[in-house]
Design a protein around this ligand. Structure first.
Ligand code: SIN
Length: 274
């Protein structure tokens, strides 16, 4: 098994390994690299749904997503699908999965089944690198702040976005989860500090007025959106990507109109954040 950094800020590429046949030593190595790099990218995997589930369960129990349409017969696996005639993709904006939950999913494991001839890359951003690059004044300003996260504007019944995504999301009546998390998160496994707000699900920063919250979020988002904190993952069929939702953002690019893109995703349970 060979592991090389994907970029300075986030991710590592893992080669010469079959994730369906990992030894305990290989898994321990992957686990440590995963928390250090925030994301792992594997090529040439041949995974049945059962293999995908078994790999996910080596990390922790599966955190079944409430809103994505599951693969038939496999409620644990969410479809990330865009048909040739659909305009909007799933995940087409910077976000991190499940930050609206009190115990957000630790990681997401995405397996590529059908990739368009060009386009459909996923961008990743590293929250530790972004935090470390803040100046000391900003670090001090945000050190003890908390933010409110929620999902009704994305998955709820009044969401225009959900309407447009159409049948690919379900369960709108069960949306509305909200959770409060630190803006600066000490990673539960490594203790490294990172930013934990995201444009997809963070509603506001608490204990400051609305304008200050909006301005501060805007400043942090503009900082994180600099290319130097990113890695652009180009998919091939059979690739598997796994990211840590507590230390990365991701963004599925929607630049392949008229083509099908289909991946299966499993989210793995995390731990309370404090
Ligand atoms: C997601 O946001 O989980 C989907 C990412 C992708 O389709 O690349």
């Amino acid at each position: 098994m060979q592991i090389t950094k994907a970029s300075d800020a986030v991710g590592a590429v893992v080669e010469d390994v079959d994730v369906a046949q990992l030894s305990d030593d290989q898994f321990a190595e992957l686990r440590s690299q995963f928390f250090d790099h925030g994301a792992l990218f594997f090529k040439d995997q041949k995974l049945s749904p059962e293999d995908h589930i078994a790999f996910a369960e080596r990390w922790n129990d599966i955190d079944v997503n409430r809103f994505f349409t599951p693969v038939e017969g496999y409620p644990q696996i969410a479809k990330v699908l865009k048909e040739p005639d659909q305009k909007l993709n799933i995940g087409g904006g910077w976000h991190t999965d499940h930050s609206y939950d009190e115990v957000p999913a630790m990681g997401s494991i995405l397996y590529a089944l059908e990739i368009p001839p060009s386009g459909g890359d996923t961008l990743f951003a590293g929250m530790h690198a972004a935090y470390e690059a803040l100046d000391d004044d900003m670090k001090a300003r945000i050190e003890n702040l908390k933010a409110l996260h929620g999902n009704a504007h994305i998955f709820g019944k009044d969401s225009a976005y959900r309407e447009e995504v159409g049948g690919r999301y379900k369960n709108a009546e069960n949306a509305g989860q909200e959770a409060i998390h630190p803006v600066v998160l000490k990673h539960p496994e490594t203790g490294a500090k990172g930013l934990y707000v995201n444009p997809g699900f963070t509603l506001k920063i608490l204990d400051v007025d609305e304008q200050e919250s909006a301005e501060l979020l805007q400043t942090l988002y503009a900082h994180i959106m600099q290319d130097r904190f990113h890695y652009r993952h180009k998919w091939e069929e059979g690739m598997l990507a796994m990211w840590d939702n507590r230390s990365t953002w991701h963004y599925a690019l929607n630049d392949y109109q008229g083509h099908r893109r289909y991946l299966n995703r499993i989210t793995v349970q995390g731990v309370p954040l404090n």
